[in-house]
Design a protein around this ligand. Sequence first.
Ligand SMILES: *Cc1c(COP(=O)(O)O)cnc(C)c1O
Length: 370
Amino acid sequence: MYNQSDLKRSIAKVSVGTIEKNYLCYRDKLPGGTKVVPVIKADGYGHGAVVIAKRLSSLGADFFAVSNIEEAEELRSAGIEGEILILGFTPAECAERLYKGDITQALVDEDYARALADTGIKVKCHFALDTGMRRIGLNADFPEACERVIREYAGKLNLTGLFTHLCVADTDTEECVAFTKGQIAKFRAVADRVSDLKLPFVHCANSAAGLFHGEGHIARLGIILYGLKPDYLNTLPEEIKPALTWESYIAMVKTIGPGDTVGYGRTFKADREIRVATVPTGYADGYRRELSNRFYVLVNGKRANIIGRVCMDQFMIDVTGIDVKPGDTVTLIGTNGSETITADDMAEAIGTIGYEIVCGISKRVPRIYG
Ligand SMILES: *Cc1c(COP(=O)(O)O)cnc(C)c1O
């Protein structure tokens, strides 16, 4: 029937070649000379940070962004060179580790800059500016105050950059476009005041801003690197493709009769005789429970609906009329025959974003690189 040992219960296949193509395509769409900074936080949005950093380094990428010190150190341990920027908070007690790893730290506010400077270690830093997201950074509504703080700590720390984060760059309503333009203007106003410092890295674009607002110079490329959309409503260039395929297989197939129910809570009731298959992937793998009775998978080129609740390690699908047998591949995300499911499709079905889907594929699912 099938070779037991060849079966991978639940596996994520990552096409590093696709990530490479997405990177090059994105870079080509931006004004010439734009530096593209791959954002590979959360283990490269679940795709594998080290593998991606190695490949993109070989294409000339020499600046990566991550979310925390463990992620930065993982890259250094793997031999990744160039700039590594931590986009979020790191306790000032880690100053020595940051310095030793030649890691660049985001400065989230003045108190934090002081704490880091007080360690006496000249950590490499970029000041974050808050232009409207209200997450981290000096409040750019007060450019004079920003200038004062930036000048003070430019000397006390090894300040090499400034950045801000845009919160609606993926949305093209008039209001959002105006807000984004306002954020960029606030950012520039502060950057201009300290232009004499000649900071080498002044950056405000995420994936969406680079592509949709032509925000050149330096763009932090996150979600589009992986072939997914910042917002479900976005249209990406055709050459950009999802890099991750998620597969499981059919464990068993059976017939159930009218009135039979499926799974915990008996949330699905058959109204006729149907064929049901069980798939050995569940919410412990990151296959979201909200997909219960609401989404579908692909088997032998056909869509099969999820019936009943997704369990921790398994779920059931309706395969009536589809020729399936144990061992057949079940595509959770990816292409099967002429059908494709993207992480964005899955996200839309349950009211979230593709980011959360791919980051949520758990450690239990091995990543296989091709
Ligand atoms: C995550 C993140 C990015 C990347 O955003 P995408 O929408 O994935 O391109 C860029 N900048 C900052 C500060 C981030 O936190």
